[in-house]
Design a protein around this ligand. Structure first.
Ligand code: AMP
Length: 213
C-alpha cells in the first residue's frame, strides 16, 4: 500500500500553471456516518490545508468544561444543532487563525441556510471565496448501520438510536437543500461515499479536479 493517502496529488489537481500555489478553500458536507471526518483528514493532507470540524471543536470544549462547551452540550446531547450565533462566532474566530491562511476544509459547517450566508460574509471579510463544496452521499440504511456500529465502538454520547435518527432527519431537512445553492454557484462536487476509504478519497479529488479545473 502506498504511503500517500490518495493516488491523485495536489500538483495534478492544480495542474494548470495559473493554479499553481493556489490556496484551497473547501467545505465538506454529508450526513452523519458518511465518513466526512475520515475524508476531511485525508483531504487536508492531500491539499496541505487545515481541516476544521465544528463538531470536534464543540467536543474539545465539552471535554475542557469551557463555557462554550457547557452551552453546546445541551443541544448536542439532544441531537439538535447548536444555535447559529454561538456556532457562527466560533467559526469566524477560527477562520482568523494563522494556519487557515494556507487554506482550509470546513467539516460540519455550514449546516443551514443562515450559516451559508454567514460563511460567505465571513470569507468576504478576509477577501476569500470558496473553491468547492464536496457532498458525500450514502443511503440511509448504510448510514444507520455505520452509526450504530460507531456507537458501540466509540461510545459517543450523542450516538443513541433517537439521536442518530434525529440528526439524519435534520440533515435531510436543513443541510441537504444547501447543496442546491452551491450547485447553482458551480461549486458542488457530489461524490458517492460508499466504498474503500482510499477509493472515496480518490473520487473526491478527481471530482474536485474537474470542479476546480
Ligand atoms: P458532528 O461531529 O459534525 O456530527 O457534530 C456533532 C454535533 O455538534 C451536531 O449534532 C450538532 O449538535 C453540533 N454541531 C456541529 N456543527 C454544527 C453546526 N455547523 N451548527 C450547529 N451545530 C453544530
Amino acid at each position: 500500500m502506498s504511503q500517500t493517502p490518495t493516488t491523485t496529488s495536489r500538483r495534478e489537481l492544480h495542474a494548470r500553471p495559473d493554479k499553481e500555489g493556489q490556496v484551497t478553500r473547501l467545505v465538506i458536507m454529508g450526513p452523519q456516518g458518511v465518513g466526512k471526518g475520515t475524508q476531511a483528514a485525508r483531504l487536508a493532507e492531500v491539499f496541505g490545508i487545515v481541516a476544521i470540524s465544528t463538531g470536534d471543536i464543540f467536543r474539545a470544549n465539552i471535554k475542557g468544561s469551557t463555557e462554550l462547551g457547557t452551552t453546546a452540550k445541551e443541544y448536542i446531547d439532544k441531537g439538535e444543532l447548536v444555535p447559529d450565533e454561538i456556532t457562527n462566532a466560533m467559526v469566524r474566530d477560527r477562520l482568523g487563525d494563522e494556519d487557515v491562511k494556507a487554506g482550509f476544509l470546513l467539516d460540519g459547517y455550514p449546516r443551514n441556510a443562515a450559516q451559508v450566508a454567514e460563511l460567505d460574509t465571513a470569507l468576504a471579510g478576509f477577501g476569500w471565496e470558496l473553491d468547492g463544496v464536496i457532498e458525500l452521499t450514502a443511503d440511509r440504511e448504510v448510514l444507520m448501520e455505520r452509526l450504530t456500529k460507531r456507537a458501540q465502538d466509540e461510545g459517543r454520547e450523542d450516538d443513541t438510536p433517537e439521536g442518530i435518527a434525529r440528526r439524519l432527519d435534520i440533515y435531510d431537512k436543513e443541510t441537504a437543500p444547501l447543496t442546491a445553492a452551491y450547485a447553482e454557484r458551480g461549486l458542488l462536487a457530489q461524490v458517492d461515499g460508499v466504498g474503500e476509504i482510499s477509493e472515496v478519497t480518490d473520487r473526491i479529488v478527481a471530482s474536485l479536479a474537474t470542479q476546480l479545473g
